[in-house]
Design a protein around this ligand. Structure first.
Ligand code: HEM
Length: 509
Protein backbone atom coordinates (compact mmCIF):
# COMPACT_ATOMS: atom_id res chain seq x y z
CA UNK A 1 0.00 0.00 0.00
CA UNK A 2 2.71 2.47 1.10
CA UNK A 3 4.60 1.71 -2.15
CA UNK A 4 1.75 3.41 -4.02
CA UNK A 5 1.25 6.20 -1.52
CA UNK A 6 4.80 7.61 -1.81
CA UNK A 7 4.70 8.34 -5.58
CA UNK A 8 1.13 9.66 -5.21
CA UNK A 9 2.20 12.05 -2.45
CA UNK A 10 5.24 13.17 -4.47
CA UNK A 11 3.03 13.85 -7.52
CA UNK A 12 0.66 15.88 -5.36
CA UNK A 13 3.51 17.94 -3.93
CA UNK A 14 4.88 18.51 -7.45
CA UNK A 15 1.47 19.65 -8.72
CA UNK A 16 1.15 22.01 -5.74
CA UNK A 17 4.60 23.49 -6.35
CA UNK A 18 3.82 24.06 -10.04
CA UNK A 19 0.49 25.70 -9.17
CA UNK A 20 2.04 28.05 -6.65
CA UNK A 21 4.80 28.95 -9.10
CA UNK A 22 2.15 29.82 -11.67
CA UNK A 23 0.28 31.95 -9.14
CA UNK A 24 3.53 33.70 -8.24
CA UNK A 25 4.43 34.39 -11.86
CA UNK A 26 0.91 35.70 -12.55
CA UNK A 27 1.20 38.03 -9.60
CA UNK A 28 4.62 39.49 -10.42
CA UNK A 29 3.99 39.96 -14.14
CA UNK A 30 4.17 43.60 -15.21
CA UNK A 31 0.64 44.90 -14.76
CA UNK A 32 0.42 46.77 -18.06
CA UNK A 33 -2.83 44.98 -18.79
CA UNK A 34 -5.70 44.87 -16.39
CA UNK A 35 -6.60 41.38 -15.17
CA UNK A 36 -9.40 40.11 -12.96
CA UNK A 37 -8.45 39.30 -9.36
CA UNK A 38 -7.39 35.75 -8.50
CA UNK A 39 -10.04 33.81 -6.57
CA UNK A 40 -7.97 30.62 -6.14
CA UNK A 41 -6.71 27.67 -8.14
CA UNK A 42 -8.33 24.68 -9.80
CA UNK A 43 -7.06 22.73 -6.80
CA UNK A 44 -9.40 24.77 -4.59
CA UNK A 45 -12.21 23.89 -6.99
CA UNK A 46 -11.31 20.22 -6.76
CA UNK A 47 -11.28 20.34 -2.95
CA UNK A 48 -14.67 22.10 -2.96
CA UNK A 49 -16.06 20.02 -5.82
CA UNK A 50 -19.03 18.63 -3.87
CA UNK A 51 -20.14 22.20 -3.00
CA UNK A 52 -18.64 23.81 -6.09
CA UNK A 53 -21.49 26.25 -6.79
CA UNK A 54 -21.60 27.46 -3.18
CA UNK A 55 -17.87 27.99 -3.32
CA UNK A 56 -18.02 29.91 -6.61
CA UNK A 57 -20.98 31.97 -5.33
CA UNK A 58 -18.96 33.06 -2.30
CA UNK A 59 -16.07 34.14 -4.55
CA UNK A 60 -18.47 35.94 -6.90
CA UNK A 61 -20.01 37.88 -4.00
CA UNK A 62 -16.50 39.12 -3.26
CA UNK A 63 -15.16 39.70 -6.77
CA UNK A 64 -18.07 39.67 -9.33
CA UNK A 65 -15.53 38.40 -11.92
CA UNK A 66 -12.37 36.50 -10.98
CA UNK A 67 -9.67 34.13 -12.22
CA UNK A 68 -8.94 30.60 -11.03
CA UNK A 69 -5.39 29.57 -11.76
CA UNK A 70 -4.99 26.47 -13.89
CA UNK A 71 -1.79 24.97 -15.30
CA UNK A 72 -3.17 24.82 -18.84
CA UNK A 73 -5.01 28.05 -19.62
CA UNK A 74 -6.50 31.15 -18.06
CA UNK A 75 -9.87 30.60 -16.39
CA UNK A 76 -12.24 33.51 -15.81
CA UNK A 77 -15.55 33.17 -13.94
CA UNK A 78 -18.11 35.94 -14.10
CA UNK A 79 -21.47 37.08 -12.75
CA UNK A 80 -21.35 40.46 -14.48
CA UNK A 81 -24.36 40.91 -16.84
CA UNK A 82 -22.33 43.31 -19.03
CA UNK A 83 -19.66 40.63 -19.61
CA UNK A 84 -22.33 37.98 -20.17
CA UNK A 85 -23.98 40.13 -22.85
CA UNK A 86 -20.60 40.77 -24.45
CA UNK A 87 -19.55 37.11 -24.74
CA UNK A 88 -22.99 35.70 -25.59
CA UNK A 89 -24.16 38.37 -28.00
CA UNK A 90 -22.03 41.45 -28.81
CA UNK A 91 -18.86 39.50 -29.62
CA UNK A 92 -20.52 36.07 -30.00
CA UNK A 93 -18.14 34.98 -32.78
CA UNK A 94 -15.12 35.26 -30.50
CA UNK A 95 -16.46 32.86 -27.84
CA UNK A 96 -17.57 29.27 -28.27
CA UNK A 97 -17.11 25.67 -27.30
CA UNK A 98 -13.62 25.46 -28.77
CA UNK A 99 -11.49 22.32 -28.77
CA UNK A 100 -11.23 22.42 -24.95
CA UNK A 101 -14.97 21.95 -24.28
CA UNK A 102 -15.29 19.62 -27.24
CA UNK A 103 -12.57 17.33 -25.90
CA UNK A 104 -14.11 17.33 -22.39
CA UNK A 105 -17.54 16.38 -23.68
CA UNK A 106 -16.75 14.41 -26.81
CA UNK A 107 -16.87 10.89 -25.34
CA UNK A 108 -20.26 11.59 -23.83
CA UNK A 109 -21.95 13.94 -26.32
CA UNK A 110 -19.91 13.42 -29.50
CA UNK A 111 -20.41 16.08 -32.16
CA UNK A 112 -23.86 17.09 -30.95
CA UNK A 113 -25.18 20.63 -30.75
CA UNK A 114 -23.78 21.15 -27.23
CA UNK A 115 -20.17 20.50 -28.22
CA UNK A 116 -19.61 22.08 -31.64
CA UNK A 117 -19.18 25.53 -33.21
CA UNK A 118 -19.28 26.97 -36.72
CA UNK A 119 -20.93 25.15 -39.60
CA UNK A 120 -21.59 21.97 -37.59
CA UNK A 121 -23.48 24.00 -34.97
CA UNK A 122 -25.38 26.14 -37.52
CA UNK A 123 -26.61 23.06 -39.37
CA UNK A 124 -27.94 21.40 -36.19
CA UNK A 125 -29.36 24.65 -34.85
CA UNK A 126 -31.30 25.22 -38.09
CA UNK A 127 -32.72 21.72 -38.05
CA UNK A 128 -33.62 21.82 -34.35
CA UNK A 129 -35.13 25.34 -34.53
CA UNK A 130 -37.41 24.13 -37.27
CA UNK A 131 -38.47 21.09 -35.23
CA UNK A 132 -39.22 23.12 -32.11
CA UNK A 133 -41.44 25.53 -34.04
CA UNK A 134 -43.76 22.92 -35.55
CA UNK A 135 -47.35 22.54 -34.41
CA UNK A 136 -47.00 18.77 -34.76
CA UNK A 137 -44.34 18.74 -32.04
CA UNK A 138 -46.34 21.10 -29.84
CA UNK A 139 -49.47 18.95 -30.03
CA UNK A 140 -47.67 15.63 -29.74
CA UNK A 141 -45.56 16.77 -26.78
CA UNK A 142 -48.61 18.24 -25.02
CA UNK A 143 -50.40 14.89 -25.19
CA UNK A 144 -47.29 13.06 -23.94
CA UNK A 145 -46.70 15.46 -21.02
CA UNK A 146 -50.33 15.18 -19.92
CA UNK A 147 -50.26 11.39 -20.11
CA UNK A 148 -47.08 11.19 -18.04
CA UNK A 149 -48.35 13.72 -15.50
CA UNK A 150 -51.47 11.60 -15.02
CA UNK A 151 -49.29 8.52 -14.48
CA UNK A 152 -47.27 10.35 -11.82
CA UNK A 153 -50.54 11.66 -10.33
CA UNK A 154 -51.88 8.12 -10.01
CA UNK A 155 -48.74 7.17 -8.09
CA UNK A 156 -49.28 10.15 -5.78
CA UNK A 157 -52.94 9.16 -5.26
CA UNK A 158 -51.81 5.73 -4.20
CA UNK A 159 -49.20 7.21 -1.84
CA UNK A 160 -51.78 9.64 -0.40
CA UNK A 161 -54.19 6.79 0.32
CA UNK A 162 -51.58 4.55 1.93
CA UNK A 163 -49.70 7.42 3.62
CA UNK A 164 -46.39 6.37 2.06
CA UNK A 165 -43.47 8.66 1.31
CA UNK A 166 -42.56 9.26 -2.32
CA UNK A 167 -39.08 10.03 -3.66
CA UNK A 168 -40.00 12.79 -6.08
CA UNK A 169 -36.45 13.20 -7.34
CA UNK A 170 -36.47 9.67 -8.67
CA UNK A 171 -40.01 10.01 -9.97
CA UNK A 172 -39.34 13.19 -11.95
CA UNK A 173 -36.13 11.79 -13.43
CA UNK A 174 -38.13 8.81 -14.68
CA UNK A 175 -41.08 10.89 -15.90
CA UNK A 176 -38.95 13.35 -17.89
CA UNK A 177 -36.90 10.51 -19.38
CA UNK A 178 -40.16 8.90 -20.55
CA UNK A 179 -41.35 12.24 -21.98
CA UNK A 180 -38.23 13.05 -23.98
CA UNK A 181 -37.90 9.51 -25.32
CA UNK A 182 -41.48 9.56 -26.53
CA UNK A 183 -41.40 13.07 -27.99
CA UNK A 184 -37.90 13.04 -29.43
CA UNK A 185 -37.52 9.40 -30.48
CA UNK A 186 -41.01 7.89 -30.47
CA UNK A 187 -39.85 5.27 -27.96
CA UNK A 188 -41.72 4.08 -24.87
CA UNK A 189 -38.94 4.03 -22.31
CA UNK A 190 -41.36 3.14 -19.49
CA UNK A 191 -39.02 4.19 -16.70
CA UNK A 192 -42.02 5.23 -14.62
CA UNK A 193 -43.60 1.81 -14.66
CA UNK A 194 -40.15 0.16 -14.53
CA UNK A 195 -41.30 -2.38 -17.07
CA UNK A 196 -38.41 -1.68 -19.43
CA UNK A 197 -35.31 -2.94 -17.63
CA UNK A 198 -32.99 -1.87 -20.42
CA UNK A 199 -34.40 1.65 -20.27
CA UNK A 200 -33.79 1.83 -16.53
CA UNK A 201 -30.23 0.57 -16.98
CA UNK A 202 -29.64 3.12 -19.73
CA UNK A 203 -30.91 6.00 -17.57
CA UNK A 204 -28.68 5.02 -14.67
CA UNK A 205 -25.60 4.72 -16.89
CA UNK A 206 -26.44 8.02 -18.61
CA UNK A 207 -26.64 9.87 -15.26
CA UNK A 208 -23.35 8.40 -14.05
CA UNK A 209 -21.61 9.19 -17.34
CA UNK A 210 -22.88 12.76 -17.03
CA UNK A 211 -21.35 13.15 -13.55
CA UNK A 212 -18.06 11.52 -14.53
CA UNK A 213 -17.79 13.77 -17.57
CA UNK A 214 -18.32 16.90 -15.47
CA UNK A 215 -15.59 15.72 -13.13
CA UNK A 216 -13.09 16.26 -15.98
CA UNK A 217 -13.54 20.01 -15.54
CA UNK A 218 -11.47 19.93 -12.36
CA UNK A 219 -9.49 16.72 -12.79
CA UNK A 220 -6.34 17.73 -14.64
CA UNK A 221 -5.23 14.10 -14.89
CA UNK A 222 -8.29 12.83 -16.75
CA UNK A 223 -6.50 12.33 -20.08
CA UNK A 224 -3.83 10.17 -18.42
CA UNK A 225 -6.53 8.16 -16.63
CA UNK A 226 -8.38 7.70 -19.90
CA UNK A 227 -5.20 6.54 -21.61
CA UNK A 228 -4.51 4.04 -18.81
CA UNK A 229 -8.21 3.21 -18.49
CA UNK A 230 -8.19 3.61 -14.71
CA UNK A 231 -10.32 5.24 -12.00
CA UNK A 232 -13.10 7.62 -13.02
CA UNK A 233 -12.26 7.25 -16.72
CA UNK A 234 -12.58 3.45 -16.58
CA UNK A 235 -16.00 3.92 -14.94
CA UNK A 236 -16.99 6.44 -17.59
CA UNK A 237 -16.02 4.03 -20.36
CA UNK A 238 -18.10 1.27 -18.78
CA UNK A 239 -21.16 3.52 -18.47
CA UNK A 240 -20.80 4.79 -22.01
CA UNK A 241 -20.78 1.22 -23.26
CA UNK A 242 -24.19 0.61 -21.68
CA UNK A 243 -25.46 3.93 -23.04
CA UNK A 244 -24.18 3.30 -26.57
CA UNK A 245 -25.58 -0.22 -26.79
CA UNK A 246 -29.02 1.13 -25.96
CA UNK A 247 -28.81 4.12 -28.29
CA UNK A 248 -27.59 2.09 -31.27
CA UNK A 249 -30.44 -0.32 -30.66
CA UNK A 250 -32.91 2.58 -30.85
CA UNK A 251 -31.34 3.64 -34.13
CA UNK A 252 -31.75 0.14 -35.56
CA UNK A 253 -35.39 0.00 -34.45
CA UNK A 254 -36.08 3.43 -35.90
CA UNK A 255 -34.51 2.52 -39.19
CA UNK A 256 -36.70 -0.57 -39.41
CA UNK A 257 -39.78 1.46 -38.52
CA UNK A 258 -39.01 4.04 -41.20
CA UNK A 259 -38.40 1.34 -43.82
CA UNK A 260 -41.63 -0.49 -42.99
CA UNK A 261 -43.39 2.81 -42.94
CA UNK A 262 -42.18 3.77 -46.39
CA UNK A 263 -43.39 0.44 -47.79
CA UNK A 264 -46.89 0.98 -46.45
CA UNK A 265 -48.15 4.52 -46.82
CA UNK A 266 -51.18 3.77 -44.66
CA UNK A 267 -48.82 3.14 -41.73
CA UNK A 268 -47.90 6.64 -40.61
CA UNK A 269 -45.86 5.37 -37.70
CA UNK A 270 -44.03 7.87 -35.49
CA UNK A 271 -43.91 10.66 -37.99
CA UNK A 272 -44.27 13.12 -35.12
CA UNK A 273 -41.03 12.37 -33.32
CA UNK A 274 -37.89 14.41 -33.93
CA UNK A 275 -35.56 11.46 -34.54
CA UNK A 276 -37.59 10.01 -37.41
CA UNK A 277 -37.46 13.35 -39.16
CA UNK A 278 -33.75 13.69 -38.52
CA UNK A 279 -33.13 10.23 -39.93
CA UNK A 280 -35.17 10.94 -43.02
CA UNK A 281 -33.63 14.33 -43.71
CA UNK A 282 -30.09 14.15 -42.41
CA UNK A 283 -27.08 11.98 -43.09
CA UNK A 284 -27.41 8.34 -42.16
CA UNK A 285 -24.19 7.95 -40.18
CA UNK A 286 -25.23 6.05 -37.01
CA UNK A 287 -22.55 7.85 -34.97
CA UNK A 288 -24.03 11.23 -35.98
CA UNK A 289 -27.54 10.03 -35.07
CA UNK A 290 -26.16 8.66 -31.77
CA UNK A 291 -24.74 12.10 -30.95
CA UNK A 292 -28.03 13.81 -31.78
CA UNK A 293 -29.87 11.42 -29.44
CA UNK A 294 -27.40 11.93 -26.58
CA UNK A 295 -27.66 15.71 -26.81
CA UNK A 296 -31.47 15.64 -26.86
CA UNK A 297 -31.58 13.31 -23.86
CA UNK A 298 -29.27 15.63 -21.95
CA UNK A 299 -31.27 18.71 -22.96
CA UNK A 300 -34.69 17.24 -22.44
CA UNK A 301 -34.45 15.03 -19.36
CA UNK A 302 -32.31 16.40 -16.57
CA UNK A 303 -33.05 20.14 -16.62
CA UNK A 304 -36.79 19.61 -16.31
CA UNK A 305 -36.53 16.84 -13.70
CA UNK A 306 -34.12 18.92 -11.66
CA UNK A 307 -36.33 22.02 -11.85
CA UNK A 308 -39.47 20.08 -10.87
CA UNK A 309 -37.71 18.54 -7.87
CA UNK A 310 -36.36 21.91 -6.68
CA UNK A 311 -39.81 23.41 -7.24
CA UNK A 312 -41.50 20.89 -4.93
CA UNK A 313 -38.69 21.28 -2.40
CA UNK A 314 -39.05 25.08 -2.35
CA UNK A 315 -42.86 24.82 -2.10
CA UNK A 316 -42.51 22.46 0.88
CA UNK A 317 -40.18 25.00 2.49
CA UNK A 318 -42.66 27.81 1.67
CA UNK A 319 -46.16 26.40 2.21
CA UNK A 320 -47.68 29.89 1.78
CA UNK A 321 -46.34 29.95 -1.80
CA UNK A 322 -47.61 26.40 -2.34
CA UNK A 323 -51.12 27.58 -1.36
CA UNK A 324 -50.90 30.60 -3.66
CA UNK A 325 -49.87 28.39 -6.59
CA UNK A 326 -52.81 26.07 -5.90
CA UNK A 327 -55.16 29.07 -5.77
CA UNK A 328 -53.79 30.34 -9.08
CA UNK A 329 -54.40 26.93 -10.66
CA UNK A 330 -57.89 26.73 -9.20
CA UNK A 331 -58.84 30.19 -10.48
CA UNK A 332 -57.31 29.71 -13.92
CA UNK A 333 -59.05 26.37 -14.46
CA UNK A 334 -62.30 27.40 -12.79
CA UNK A 335 -62.44 23.90 -11.36
CA UNK A 336 -65.77 23.01 -9.77
CA UNK A 337 -67.96 19.97 -9.37
CA UNK A 338 -66.71 16.58 -8.30
CA UNK A 339 -63.22 15.62 -9.43
CA UNK A 340 -63.00 11.84 -9.25
CA UNK A 341 -59.36 11.29 -10.09
CA UNK A 342 -56.23 12.90 -11.55
CA UNK A 343 -57.29 12.13 -15.13
CA UNK A 344 -60.58 13.87 -14.46
CA UNK A 345 -58.70 16.93 -13.22
CA UNK A 346 -56.37 16.91 -16.23
CA UNK A 347 -59.29 16.72 -18.66
CA UNK A 348 -60.53 20.07 -17.35
CA UNK A 349 -57.21 21.88 -17.82
CA UNK A 350 -57.39 23.74 -21.12
CA UNK A 351 -54.49 25.33 -23.00
CA UNK A 352 -55.99 28.78 -22.28
CA UNK A 353 -56.21 27.86 -18.60
CA UNK A 354 -52.51 27.03 -18.56
CA UNK A 355 -51.74 30.41 -20.15
CA UNK A 356 -53.66 32.18 -17.39
CA UNK A 357 -51.50 30.69 -14.59
CA UNK A 358 -49.25 33.68 -14.06
CA UNK A 359 -48.33 32.98 -10.44
CA UNK A 360 -47.34 29.41 -11.36
CA UNK A 361 -45.19 30.79 -14.18
CA UNK A 362 -43.55 33.21 -11.72
CA UNK A 363 -42.91 30.40 -9.23
CA UNK A 364 -41.22 28.30 -11.90
CA UNK A 365 -39.04 31.24 -12.95
CA UNK A 366 -38.13 31.91 -9.32
CA UNK A 367 -37.14 28.27 -8.83
CA UNK A 368 -34.98 28.40 -11.97
CA UNK A 369 -33.38 31.68 -10.80
CA UNK A 370 -32.15 29.97 -7.63
CA UNK A 371 -31.59 26.50 -9.12
CA UNK A 372 -30.72 27.04 -12.80
CA UNK A 373 -30.44 23.64 -14.45
CA UNK A 374 -27.08 24.59 -15.95
CA UNK A 375 -25.34 26.31 -13.03
CA UNK A 376 -22.11 27.16 -14.82
CA UNK A 377 -21.56 27.50 -18.54
CA UNK A 378 -18.14 27.52 -20.19
CA UNK A 379 -16.96 29.41 -23.28
CA UNK A 380 -13.53 29.52 -24.88
CA UNK A 381 -12.02 32.76 -26.17
CA UNK A 382 -10.89 32.46 -29.81
CA UNK A 383 -8.69 35.60 -30.01
CA UNK A 384 -7.25 38.14 -27.52
CA UNK A 385 -9.92 40.52 -26.36
CA UNK A 386 -10.79 43.20 -23.80
CA UNK A 387 -13.99 42.70 -21.80
CA UNK A 388 -16.43 45.55 -21.03
CA UNK A 389 -14.83 46.04 -17.58
CA UNK A 390 -11.46 46.73 -19.26
CA UNK A 391 -9.87 43.41 -18.28
CA UNK A 392 -7.92 41.31 -20.72
CA UNK A 393 -8.86 37.86 -21.93
CA UNK A 394 -6.37 35.85 -23.97
CA UNK A 395 -6.85 33.51 -26.89
CA UNK A 396 -7.50 30.01 -25.49
CA UNK A 397 -8.66 31.28 -22.09
CA UNK A 398 -11.81 29.80 -20.65
CA UNK A 399 -14.52 32.20 -19.57
CA UNK A 400 -17.55 30.91 -17.73
CA UNK A 401 -20.72 32.73 -16.72
CA UNK A 402 -22.43 31.32 -13.65
CA UNK A 403 -26.26 31.31 -13.60
CA UNK A 404 -26.30 29.72 -10.11
CA UNK A 405 -24.11 32.41 -8.58
CA UNK A 406 -25.85 35.14 -10.62
CA UNK A 407 -29.22 34.14 -9.17
CA UNK A 408 -27.84 34.86 -5.70
CA UNK A 409 -26.08 38.18 -6.32
CA UNK A 410 -27.43 41.17 -4.41
CA UNK A 411 -26.05 43.57 -6.98
CA UNK A 412 -28.33 41.91 -9.58
CA UNK A 413 -31.51 41.08 -7.63
CA UNK A 414 -31.36 43.34 -4.58
CA UNK A 415 -30.93 42.58 -0.90
CA UNK A 416 -33.52 39.79 -1.00
CA UNK A 417 -31.61 37.92 -3.73
CA UNK A 418 -31.37 34.76 -1.62
CA UNK A 419 -35.12 34.73 -0.81
CA UNK A 420 -37.68 32.66 -2.67
CA UNK A 421 -40.15 35.32 -3.84
CA UNK A 422 -42.20 34.58 -6.97
CA UNK A 423 -43.76 38.05 -6.65
CA UNK A 424 -40.58 39.61 -8.00
CA UNK A 425 -41.63 38.29 -11.43
CA UNK A 426 -45.10 39.88 -11.42
CA UNK A 427 -46.12 43.40 -12.46
CA UNK A 428 -48.78 45.50 -10.71
CA UNK A 429 -51.55 43.59 -12.50
CA UNK A 430 -50.19 40.21 -11.41
CA UNK A 431 -48.94 39.46 -14.93
CA UNK A 432 -45.65 37.64 -15.45
CA UNK A 433 -42.85 39.93 -16.57
CA UNK A 434 -39.66 38.46 -17.99
CA UNK A 435 -36.16 39.63 -17.10
CA UNK A 436 -33.15 40.51 -19.22
CA UNK A 437 -31.55 37.21 -20.38
CA UNK A 438 -28.14 38.66 -19.45
CA UNK A 439 -29.28 38.94 -15.84
CA UNK A 440 -31.47 35.81 -15.73
CA UNK A 441 -29.04 33.60 -17.63
CA UNK A 442 -30.54 30.16 -16.92
CA UNK A 443 -31.49 29.64 -20.59
CA UNK A 444 -28.36 31.31 -21.95
CA UNK A 445 -28.87 34.24 -24.36
CA UNK A 446 -27.90 35.45 -27.82
CA UNK A 447 -27.67 33.25 -30.93
CA UNK A 448 -27.18 30.05 -28.85
CA UNK A 449 -30.06 30.67 -26.50
CA UNK A 450 -31.85 27.51 -25.34
CA UNK A 451 -34.08 26.09 -28.05
CA UNK A 452 -36.24 24.13 -25.65
CA UNK A 453 -37.28 26.98 -23.35
CA UNK A 454 -40.97 27.06 -24.33
CA UNK A 455 -41.05 23.28 -24.57
CA UNK A 456 -39.60 23.08 -21.04
CA UNK A 457 -42.00 25.64 -19.55
CA UNK A 458 -44.95 23.85 -21.13
CA UNK A 459 -43.97 20.48 -19.68
CA UNK A 460 -43.25 21.97 -16.25
CA UNK A 461 -46.52 23.92 -16.30
CA UNK A 462 -48.56 20.86 -17.26
CA UNK A 463 -46.88 18.72 -14.59
CA UNK A 464 -47.10 21.30 -11.84
CA UNK A 465 -50.65 22.34 -12.67
CA UNK A 466 -51.92 18.76 -12.50
CA UNK A 467 -49.86 17.73 -9.48
CA UNK A 468 -50.16 20.89 -7.40
CA UNK A 469 -53.83 21.25 -8.37
CA UNK A 470 -54.57 17.80 -6.96
CA UNK A 471 -52.12 17.39 -4.08
CA UNK A 472 -50.39 19.07 -1.16
CA UNK A 473 -46.73 18.20 -0.59
CA UNK A 474 -44.81 18.05 2.68
CA UNK A 475 -41.20 17.01 3.26
CA UNK A 476 -40.93 13.74 5.16
CA UNK A 477 -38.02 15.31 7.01
CA UNK A 478 -38.78 18.99 7.55
CA UNK A 479 -35.13 19.72 8.35
CA UNK A 480 -33.98 18.26 5.07
CA UNK A 481 -31.15 20.31 3.58
CA UNK A 482 -30.57 18.57 0.28
CA UNK A 483 -27.23 18.54 -1.51
CA UNK A 484 -26.76 18.65 -5.25
CA UNK A 485 -24.75 16.36 -7.47
CA UNK A 486 -22.06 18.36 -9.25
CA UNK A 487 -22.99 17.22 -12.75
CA UNK A 488 -23.56 19.21 -15.93
CA UNK A 489 -27.02 19.92 -14.53
CA UNK A 490 -27.77 20.78 -10.93
CA UNK A 491 -29.51 17.62 -9.80
CA UNK A 492 -30.52 16.99 -6.25
CA UNK A 493 -28.31 14.30 -4.75
CA UNK A 494 -30.19 11.27 -3.50
CA UNK A 495 -33.88 10.95 -2.69
CA UNK A 496 -36.23 13.80 -1.82
CA UNK A 497 -38.92 12.09 0.19
CA UNK A 498 -42.27 13.79 0.55
CA UNK A 499 -45.71 13.02 1.94
CA UNK A 500 -48.54 13.65 -0.47
CA UNK A 501 -52.11 14.58 0.53
CA UNK A 502 -55.15 15.00 -1.67
CA UNK A 503 -56.03 18.70 -1.80
CA UNK A 504 -59.11 19.50 0.28
CA UNK A 505 -62.28 19.96 -1.73
CA UNK A 506 -61.13 17.40 -4.27
CA UNK A 507 -62.13 13.78 -3.89
CA UNK A 508 -59.14 12.25 -5.58
CA UNK A 509 -59.19 8.51 -5.43
C1 HEM B 1 -35.48 24.08 -17.36
C2 HEM B 1 -35.15 23.64 -18.53
C3 HEM B 1 -33.98 24.09 -19.38
C4 HEM B 1 -32.97 24.95 -19.10
C5 HEM B 1 -32.74 25.74 -17.82
C6 HEM B 1 -32.11 25.00 -20.28
C7 HEM B 1 -30.94 25.75 -20.39
C8 HEM B 1 -30.12 25.75 -21.49
C9 HEM B 1 -28.83 26.41 -21.56
C10 HEM B 1 -28.17 27.16 -20.43
C11 HEM B 1 -28.32 26.19 -22.80
C12 HEM B 1 -26.95 26.61 -23.33
C13 HEM B 1 -26.02 25.44 -23.21
C14 HEM B 1 -24.71 25.62 -23.92
O1 HEM B 1 -23.92 26.49 -23.57
O2 HEM B 1 -24.44 24.89 -24.85
C15 HEM B 1 -29.29 25.43 -23.52
C16 HEM B 1 -29.14 25.06 -24.82
C17 HEM B 1 -30.01 24.24 -25.48
N1 HEM B 1 -31.19 23.73 -25.00
FE1 HEM B 1 -31.96 24.05 -23.15
N2 HEM B 1 -32.62 24.17 -21.23
C18 HEM B 1 -33.77 23.60 -20.72
C19 HEM B 1 -34.57 22.68 -21.35
C20 HEM B 1 -34.41 22.27 -22.63
C21 HEM B 1 -35.24 21.30 -23.28
C22 HEM B 1 -36.42 20.59 -22.65
C23 HEM B 1 -34.76 21.15 -24.53
C24 HEM B 1 -35.22 20.25 -25.63
C25 HEM B 1 -35.84 19.14 -25.56
C26 HEM B 1 -33.62 22.04 -24.69
C27 HEM B 1 -32.87 22.17 -25.83
C28 HEM B 1 -31.73 22.91 -25.93
C29 HEM B 1 -30.87 22.92 -27.12
C30 HEM B 1 -31.10 22.13 -28.40
C31 HEM B 1 -29.80 23.76 -26.83
C32 HEM B 1 -28.60 24.08 -27.72
C33 HEM B 1 -28.68 25.45 -28.30
C34 HEM B 1 -27.48 25.80 -29.13
O3 HEM B 1 -26.35 25.48 -28.78
O4 HEM B 1 -27.70 26.41 -30.19
N3 HEM B 1 -33.44 22.70 -23.51
N4 HEM B 1 -30.37 25.17 -22.70
Amino acid sequence: MSIFLIPAAMTLVLVLVILFLIIYIYNIQPQRNKYHPIGGTVLNMLINFKRLHHYMTKLAAKYKTFRMISPFHGEIYTTDPAIVEYILKTNFHNYGKGTYTHSLLEDFLGDGIFTVDGAKWREQRKMASHEFSTKVLRDFSGVTFRKNAIQVGHMFSEAATTNQVVDINDLFMKATADSIFKVAFGINLDNLSGSNEEGVRFSRAFDDANELTYNRLVDITWKIKRFLNIGSEAKLKKNLKVVDEFVYKIIRIKREQIMNNSKDVSLQVMKEDILSRFMQMENEDPKYIRDVIMNYVLAGKDPIAATMTWLIYMLCKHPDVQDKVAKDIQEATNMNGEIRNVADFEARVSEEGLERMQYLQATLAETIRLYPALPLDIKICFSDDVLPDGCVVKKGDMIAYMPYAMGRMKFIWGDDAQDFKPERWLDHNGCFRSESPFKFTAFQAGPRTCLGREFAYRQMKIFSCILLGCFVFKLSNANEDPKYRTTINIQLDGPLNVYVYARSGLHIR
